[in-house]
Design a protein around this ligand. Structure first.
Ligand code: BTN
Length: 240
């Protein structure tokens, strides 16, 4: 495996985009001890203090149409859930599309970005941020964030967690390339707490209330509103 390590970076996503364009092969992992401008979804910042969490980005170059790239986010969520369970015994849940929750609080965020033409992917950069040994979060996320250390009440070895996640990722990615998304979708559904509930979905343009009735084979969330109309949700913040 090709690993690119830096002590401190703006964002591992930035480095991964750059080295991918320069020819880094599929499977390259970019890891840092600290991000001073960690990127979250929807233009948010990602709290990434030094030495406590896992801040990593993975470069993939799959031969799939660009619209299937979100499936890789769901695949990554399954790999992270399984890796965390294997390394620590802790069982987490998935909140669509890419939040991993522990006891209802956010433990992991996944950010998928692409370099692509309309019909061809050059690379998919999947960034994963995992709160491992943080005990003190900034005021604005104190109530909604947690870490493995807070829940387990002991220091967790970050390298072991990374290793287990990558083992599971490799296995699932091979399955995905051989058999497609369907087997992954089933695994994802086993861990998901979004489907089958009343939810509020806030997209960048509107807020929808209704029943989360499933996900499509492309990983799109289906929401049925009170008139019975089904809405396809591609990206949103979900509240229960
Ligand atoms: C989210 O908002 O839920 C997604 C957060 C993704 C954070 C990770 S940390 C590693 C990688 N580098 C970044 O700048 N962001 C992602």
């Amino acid at each position: 495996m090709n690993v690119h390590y830096d002590k401190s970076v703006n964002s591992t996503q930035e480095i991964a985009h750059r080295i991918s364009r320069e020819g880094a092969p599929e499977g390259t992992i970019v890891v840092a001890d600290e991000q001073v401008a960690g990127k979250g979804r929807l233009g948010r910042e990602w709290f990434s203090p030094i030495g406590t969490g896992i801040w990593m980005s993975m470069i993939l170059k799959p031969k799939i149409p660009p619209q299937q790239a979100p499936q890789l986010t769901l695949l990554t969520a399954v790999a992270v859930i399984r890796g965390v369970k294997a390394a620590t015994g802790i069982q987490c849940d998935i909140k669509w599309p890419n939040d991993i929750l522990l006891n209802g609080k956010k433990l992991v965020g996944i950010l998928t970005e692409m370099q692509a033409d309309p019909d061809q992917i050059h690379s998919v950069i999947i960034g994963t941020g995992i709160n491992v040994n943080e005990t003190d979060f900034p005021e604005e996320i104190k109530e909604i964030a947690t870490s493995l250390k807070i829940e387990k009440e002991e220091e967790i070895n970050r390298a072991t967690v990374i290793k287990r996640i990558l083992e599971h990722f490799e296995e699932l990615y091979e399955l995905f390339l051989e058999e497609g998304f369907l087997p992954i979708k089933k695994m994802w559904e086993d861990h998901a707490i979004t489907v089958g509930r009343e939810i509020t979905a806030r997209t960048t343009t509107k807020t929808l209330h209704g029943f989360a009735c499933g996900i499509t084979d492309d990983g799109v969330l289906l929401l049925k509103d009170e008139t019975g109309e089904i809405h396809k949700i591609y990206s949103a913040d979900i509240e229960f």
